[in-house]
Ligand binder design. Structure first.
Ligand code: ADP
Length: 495
């Protein structure tokens, strides 16, 4: 799959590969080094174990010859010359040393004497450990010809005429070393090349598989994001819980939901705005047309009209101007509330007093319509904490509606009641009621319940009430039965 199609940036894949190749090179190098180190150790341990008894045999053999290493305390030169001869025939890489009891080198048999400053002593610690382990343990001892370095050796103690000492044989002498070095280098080159080729092949395979696995979920997510970007708003990452980048998958799905939600909201706001403009223009046009008609009639017929007819025309004009004023006021108020330009200025005030004032204010209108209006509250003076102006506006709208939608002979009741920390306010009427299926929508702006009696308002009154109560973090509820009446109620925090 190409990176372009999978949506993964080439940079990311390059980085993953780079890290991978680095890891493989490091692994290869450590493998070669570790193998080399242990192969070397293994070689030395084998050589030492095989030749562990060489020193011992040498002593035994030379004793049998009954010609000791030491004669009157000094090395038997003839014997050692003989030894040198044997060595050259058998193994040129060993070096034989005759050590005193305290490790001093008394004599040495080496093929090549080219060293500048060979040591005069050999530390006896490793020699004693070697002897006590009977050559079973892998121990390195001092190399007298290369002070500071250590080599595999064989050693055995002897005692001649009361004089003690050791035969100390370096098993991997200079000769051995140079051959071993040469072979090792060749071996390393072969091992290095072989290991690199094999590990590279494996790396390629494992790399392809693991990068595919690592990026599998990432690719799926990127594909979904691309689908979403290309307009498929339903595109979501499937089983985000199972993704190995779960947090990201969940966040993307949530983000997509939010975006889709916001788009829906914007769409509905847009639809409502269009509806609002259509309704407003319609509502403005009707009274304006009426006004224009009457004014024109007055202009044309002003001399033919009786005083009574003129008065009637003027009254009609006046009531249409009132309607327009109400509509413009409501629209202005609603748009301010919706644009959140109004912040409630809360203060303690007496809701009981406010209810008295409002009932008194609406008394006349109710009486004119033949509707009774009453107030119910317990005797106490209830204080609430709210914006008095806004609450008054909301109550006015509710009372207006109650009177408006109640037929003569009906009753409107304004009730106040304390409920724990709140004051409940209830406006009930015995009017025409609201059809059950329309009840959920009456608080939407421009929502008017379809009635046979025609339109009696602009559908903004309850929308304003709801906005005002939203600002007070409280909700209004309605209980209503067609032909029996309605009851609107809400609560405000008591003091
Ligand atoms: P309007 O200006 O039309 O009264 P509102 O927003 O105040 O607009 O009310 C929306 C609709 O709810 C009204 O058209 C009316 O049908 C219905 N309604 C409101 N209050 C009452 C009530 N007390 N009784 C019956 N119907 C009501």
């Amino acid at each position: 799959m190409s990176n372009r199609r999978s949506g993964l940036t080439p940079g990311l894949v390059k980085k993953l590969w780079l890290v991978f190749v680095l890891v493989i090179i490091l692994m290869g190098a450590s493998y070669v080094l570790i193998t080399g180190y242990f192969a070397n150790k293994f070689n030395q341990a084998t050589a030492q174990r095989v030749n562990a008894q060489v020193a011992h045999h040498l002593i035994e053999e030379k004793f049998q010859d009954s010609s000791p290493f030491l004669e009157d305390g000094s090395p038997n030169k003839a014997l050692f010359a003989d030894l040198m001869h044997d060595m050259m025939a058998v193994n040129r890489s060993i070096e034989v040393y005759l050590l005193s009891e305290n490790g001093e080198i008394l004599y040495s048999v080496v093929l090549d004497h080219s060293d500048n400053a060979p040591s005069k002593y050999v530390s006896l610690g490793p020699v004693k450990s070697f002897i006590s382990s009977n050559g079973e343990e892998f121990i390195l001892g001092d190399d007298p010809r290369n002070p500071g370095t250590q080599k595999i050796f064989s050693a055995a103690p002897f005692q001649i005429d009361g004089q003690k000492g050791y035969i100390y044989i370096i098993l991997a002498g200079k000769e051995f070393q140079s051959i071993s070095k040469n072979l090792m280098e060749q071996y390393f080159i072969k091992l290095g090349v072989g290991a690199t080729v094999i590990t590279m092949l494996f790396a390629l395979l494992i790399g392809l598989i693991s990068i595919w696995f690592i990026t599998k979920h990432l690719r799926l997510i990127i594909q979904t994001v691309q689908k979403f970007r290309e307009g498929d708003l339903q595109a979501r990452i499937e089983n985000p819980e199972k993704s190995n980048i779960k947090g990201f998958a969940l966040a993307f799905n949530e983000m997509a939901d939010t975006i889709v939600g916001n788009i829906e909201k914007l769409k509905s706001v847009d639809t409502l705005r269009k509806e609002l403009i259509a309704n407003v223009s319609h509502d403005l046009r009707t009274p304006l047309a009426v006004l224009k008609g009457y004014v024109e009639t007055l202009q044309i017929k002003k001399d033919d009209l009786t005083e009574e007819a003129k008065e009637e025309y003027l009254q009609t004009l006046n009531s249409n101007i009132d309607k327009l004023t109400v509509l413009v006021d409501q629209l202005f108020e609603y748009s301010k509330l919706e644009a959140e330009q109004i912040t409630p200025e809360k203060e303690p005030f007496s809701i009981t007093e406010l209810s008295h004032d409002l009932v008194a204010k609406f008394q006349l209108i109710a009486e004119q319509k033949g509707v009774e209006i009453g107030l119910e509250h317990e005797d106490e003076n209830n204080l609430v904490y709210a914006d008095v102006g806004l609450v008054e506006r909301a109550l006015q709208n509710l009372l207006e509606n109650a009177i408006k939608y109640t037929d003569p002979g009906g009753k409107v009741t304004f009730a106040i009641c304390r409920k724990e920390d709140d004051i409940e306010i209830k406006i009930t009427d015995t009017g025409r009621g609201i059809p059950i299926n329309e009840q959920p929508y009456i608080f939407d702006r421009y929502k008017q319940v379809s009635t046979e009696s025609g339109k009696q308002g602009y559908g903004l009154g309850l929308a304003i009430v709801k906005k005002i109560l939203d600002l007070h973090d409280t909700r209004i509820t309605v209980l209503s039965r067609p032909k029996e009446g309605s009851s609107f109620r809400f609560s405000l925090p008591a003091l």
